[in-house]
Design a protein around this ligand. Structure first.
Ligand code: CDP
Length: 215
């Protein structure tokens, strides 16, 4: 089996940037599992399916027509790279992520990213559920303020509307949903290295993870 480094943590903890850079440094593949939940949510919305229709959404997720190419994400052939980053889609993704059948439907797709020479997997349950045999497990955290600030900057950069007060509320609600769900709740995997990124840069976090992996 090819090695996996799992990087889990709450919303806007910096996982995406850090995991992506670690993958690049090692020449590993990169799995943005959150994008799969976002794509599933977008697909459900496009099909006019309500976000609590578990079976129907799981059916969509099982055959999700997605493609990742050169930093772009496609859904049924459409470039949805920016569309999936919208906060409404993040919130919708967090809602469908509580549905056990939807989580189950996405397992195979996630596992298929494990290819030579290795994989950096970013998400909530990479080290606990999807890749329990990951060779290096990391749990990234950051204060709510640091996370809200980061998300604000990301959204503004993309030209999306953002409001600090709403973001803090969204973050808190998403944290609560991630931690309270019965299926794969967000928590550090046994043996995970806990890394608080509130006061360090993404590159410092990358450096720490690479040193751990090398040791
Ligand atoms: O960017 P952000 O961290 O807010 O979210 P994301 O990683 O893109 O994931 C979107 C949503 O999918 C999250 O709010 C989680 O509830 C859910 N998710 C999950 O349940 N399990 C994963 N492995 C990845 C994401």
């Amino acid at each position: 089996q090819f090695p996996v480094i799992s990087i889990d943590g709450p919303t806007a903890s910096g996982k995406g940037t850090v995991a992506h850079r670690v993958a690049k440094q090692l020449g590993f593949h990169y799995l943005d599992s959150g994008a799969l939940y976002r794509l599933t949510a977008l697909s459900a919305i496009r099909h006019g399916i309500d976000l609590w229709e578990e079976q129907q959404i799981a059916d969509l997720a099982r055959v999700l027509p997605c493609r990742f190419e050169k930093g772009h994400v496609f859904l049924a052939g459409d470039d949805v790279t920016d569309a999936v980053r919208q906060e409404v889609i993040g919130v919708a993704a967090s809602k469908i992520a509580v549905l056990p059948l939807v989580r189950k439907a996405l397992v195979e797709l996630q596992v298929s990213f494990r290819q030579a020479p290795g994989l950096v997997a970013d998400g909530r349950d990479m080290g606990t559920v999807i890749f329990p045999d990951a060779i290096q497990k990391v749990f990234l955290t950051a204060s709510v303020e640091a996370r809200a600030n980061r998300r604000y900057k990301q959204l503004i950069e993309k030209g999306f509307p953002a409001n600090m007060e709403d973001l803090v509320k969204d973050l808190a609600e998403r944290d609560a949903r991630d931690m309270a769900r019965t299926e794969a709740p967000l928590k550090p995997a046994p043996g995970a290295f806990l890394l608080d990124t509130s006061h360090i840069t993404a590159n410092e976090a990358v450096h720490q993870i690479l040193s751990l992996y090398a040791s």
